[in-house]
Design a protein around this ligand. Structure first.
Ligand code: PHE
Length: 432
């Protein structure tokens, strides 16, 4: 689950969204949204998934037979696949930059990103490579593919990002970046910013799209839901902050605006690496390799979880062969991904409410559809499932005293605070 949570959301999305909404103030709201809204939803999804023991459709049918609740499943098939479509484009960027680590100079580092993403062939090839890697891992299965890959890469990720943080905060001029992350400026925080913080919490914790639910259906009965949720949320937040401290100081040291948007990470770091190598090509190349390998691995462990949701559905509900399921979904992702990729170039004049295809899909998923899914999950667990069943699942049949003790608080969050919080934030963003 941590593998799913920690991904491009932390390294690529978090720094630039935080940058767009004013840094530290955004982070505080984001932290609150994680603790009081996202975490309860995480618990709700885990309870449904482990108790239902199947994909979203199957679990809902088992827990609420004869009702219409299983239709949430529709949301959890469509949204992850759409997210994966643009996720894979950014994953492709990291493949490209990983390869570009060899032999690129400081001069064209910042200038490279724009022409690259607006070109046609290269980003599409990179997107194709990325989604093919995802398909290979998911084809290998849940245990031998997903679990094995994730267990090996996650610890490595933390070591790599720590190394980059140390490097980044020691750059001349990096102090402003650190300040930006810890000194809140609340005047920059709008209703939109609060909605974006909520969206970032959902995106980063993989919530509201059935990913957590599907992974929970593979959990053992003796696993601790409280521990899994808190463990995932804490490591996810930690990693986002580490990524922030890796990227922001470098952004300021390079004299780039933190509001540079989706290109932030890709523009800044190659420049820094090239500069810091001080003419030593092996050093620049090494730093760049380490960083983009981190980005790529983090992206892969999340992308496989996005694909697995739909695969689990097709295999379990439609009795499809795992291979057929993977191939048909990947084909869809590949085509939509191409449109997303082209929206930075030839299709950049196609806009929906002023946003490109890429931005529209990202905002629609993170700021609207994921919170909607989360809302439905909390309503289901809070109001439809018998409280005794929820407690039974949350405390492993009453064998976890701590879980039993805090259950009333968790129940309050699931029933009232989380749904009310989501509705309030969405409404305020609409009326803004
Ligand atoms: N949480 C992942 C990230 O931060 C993205 C993701 C969203 C994965 C939804 C699964 C489901 O990169």
């Amino acid at each position: 689950m941590a593998g799913s949570a920690i991904g491009l959301g932390n390294i690529w999305r978090f720094p630039y969204v935080a940058g767009e909404y004013g840094g530290a103030a955004f982070i505080i709201v984001y932290l609150l949204a994680c603790a009081f809204i996202a975490l309860p939803i995480f618990f709700a999804e885990t309870v449904i998934g482990r108790r239902g023991g199947a994909d979203t459709f199957g679990s809902m049918k088992k827990l609420a037979p004869g009702s219409g609740w299983h239709r949430i499943g529709l949301l959890t098939i469509l949204v992850p696949i759409i997210i994966l479509s643009y996720y894979s484009v950014v994953g492709g960027w990291s493949v490209h930059y990983l390869i570009r680590s060899f032999g690129s100079g400081a001069d064209d580092a910042v200038g490279h990103f724009g022409p690259f993403i607006s070109s046609v062939k290269l980003p599409i090839i990179a997107h194709t490579v990325f989604i093919a890697l995802v398909a290979i891992i998911v084809l290998a299965g849940v245990k031998k593919g997903i679990e094995k890959f994730t267990k090996i890469t996650m610890p490595i990720l933390f070591v790599l990002i720590l190394a980059i943080v140390v490097f980044s905060v020691t750059l001349p001029g990096s102090g402003k970046g650190v300040e930006y992350l810890v000194n809140p400026d609340f005047s920059k925080l709008s209703a939109d910013g609060i909605a974006a913080a909520l969206g970032q919490a959902f995106f980063s914790l993989s919530l509201g799209v059935g990913t957590v639910l599907t992974y929970a259906s593979y959990m053992r009965k003796q696993d601790d839901i409280l521990f899994s949720g808190v463990g995932t949320a804490v490591s996810d937040f930690l990693f986002a902050m580490l990524a922030g401290f890796a990227v922001m100081p470098a952004v300021f040291a390079a004299g780039i605006s933190p509001e540079a948007g989706p290109g932030l990470v890709f523009e800044t770091l190659p420049y820094i690496f090239a500069k810091m190598g001080g003419g030593l090509v092996w050093l620049s190349t090494g730093l760049s390799l380490v960083f983009f390998a981190t980005v790529l691995f983090a992206a892969l462990t999340s992308a496989i979880s996005l694909l697995e949701v739909g695969v689990a559905y097709l295999v379990e509900e439609k009795k499809m062969h795992r291979r057929t399921a993977v191939f048909s979904l990947v084909l869809f992702v590949w085509v939509v991904g191409i449109l997303c990729s082209l929206s930075f170039g030839p299709l950049s004049n196609v806009t929906i409410f002023g946003d490109s295809i890429f931005d529209t899909l990202d905002k629609a998923c993170a700021n609207w559809l994921m919170p909607l899914g989360g809302l439905l999950f909390t309503l289901f667990v809070g109001w439809r499932m018998p409280s005794a069943d929820v407690l039974d699942e949350f405390s492993n049949g009453g064998t976890k005293p701590l879980n039993r003790k805090i259950y009333p608080a968790v129940r309050f969050l699931i029933r009232y605070l989380a749904p009310a919080g989501i509705v309030a934030i969405i409404l305020s963003a609409i009326f803004n």
